[in-house]
Design a protein around this ligand. Structure first.
Ligand SMILES: Nc1ncnc2c1ncn2[C@@H]1O[C@H](COP(=O)(O)OP(=O)(O)OP(=O)(O)O)[C@@H](O)[C@H]1O
Length: 259
């Protein structure tokens, strides 16, 4: 249903306001399959609000968002849920359920009229659990997991949803160093295979490692959007984060170290 060859995601002259405060002034972006966009900025700058706007969960204050060339209003909810998926910042668990049942929620956009998951859905969910190193935990109660295990279950649910465009709010939340890299390698691999990725990260060095494009919000309404190396400059980052940073290249890899 999407226009052939349309970018996965476009934002045209977007600006966001909460209450009286402008989070970001007008900017535009285009994300194609194969690309990874990282949203950076200090606490409260508006990264989650922007991600939710790009996910179609809230209207832009100014400008427009197109998913696969179409406004969200033109999408049926189930088709949009097959095309784009969101990893939220928090995973509220109100009731007991197994890890496998939780991952199977990612299959809901594909279920038939009666809403039953089939063997193929279960195979996909188990494969997603294996991808995040949790193959042995399928039967565990979700309420018994550690923070990092719960986060990997949430990533597995998004993998099971198999959207073309993945929108992730702090996917490394609660993850130890090994799993930060493992999960971001997995996500980068999906981009390299043709999916689109937009993610909020707090770690500038992980952004430098995985992003093709960056949007840097400075918390005062200022926005820098562009290719990774255009935006990841010590002066721009120091200004946005309100702390001096220095750029170093270690073994060919760019790193920013706070003074
Ligand atoms: N409904 C609302 N009413 C009032 N203020 C809001 C509302 N929603 C968000 N905000 C404010 O908008 C700002 C941006 O919030 P947002 O969650 O997008 O920031 P963030 O960059 O993701 O922050 P963090 O890094 O702390 O997760 C914050 O100051 C927040 O308090």
């Amino acid at each position: 249903m999407t226009p052939a060859a349309a970018p996965m995601l476009e934002a045209d002259r977007l600006a966001l306001q909460v209450g009286e405060r402008w989070l970001c002034c007008e900017f535009s972006l285009t994300l194609k399959g194969g690309e990874c966009l990282v949203l950076l900025g200090p606490n409260g700058a508006g990264k989650t609000t922007l991600l939710h706007t790009l996910a179609g969960l809230r209207e832009p204050s100014v400008g427009s968002v197109l998913l696969g060339g179409l406004p969200y209003a033109a999408w049926r909810a189930t088709e949009a849920a097959r095309f784009r998926g969101l990893l939220a910042q928090q995973q509220p668990d109100h009731f007991s359920s197994t890890v496998l049942e939780t991952v199977l929620v990612g299959r809901h956009p594909y279920l038939g009229r009666w809403g039953w998951e089939g063997p193929e859905d279960e195979r996909i969910a188990r494969a997603a659990l294996a991808d995040v190193g949790l193959a042995d935990m399928a039967g565990r109660d979700i309420l018994t997991l550690s923070g990092g295990e719960r986060q990997r279950v949430a990533v597995a649910a998004l993998l099971a949803q198999a959207p073309q465009l993945l929108l992730l709010d702090e996917p490394t939340n609660h993850l130890d160093l090994h799993y930060q890299i493992a999960v971001l390698d997995l996500i980068r691999g999906l981009a390299d295979a043709g999916r689109g990725v937009v993610m909020v990260l707090h770690d500038i060095n992980l952004a430098a490692r995985y992003a093709d494009q960056i949007i840097l919000l400075d918390g005062r309404g200022g926005v820098r959007a562009g290719a990774r190396d255009e935006v990841l400059q010590a002066a721009l980052l120091s200004e946005a984060f309100g702390h001096p940073l220095r750029r170093h290249v270690l073994d060919g890899r760019v790193n920013f170290i706070p003074d």
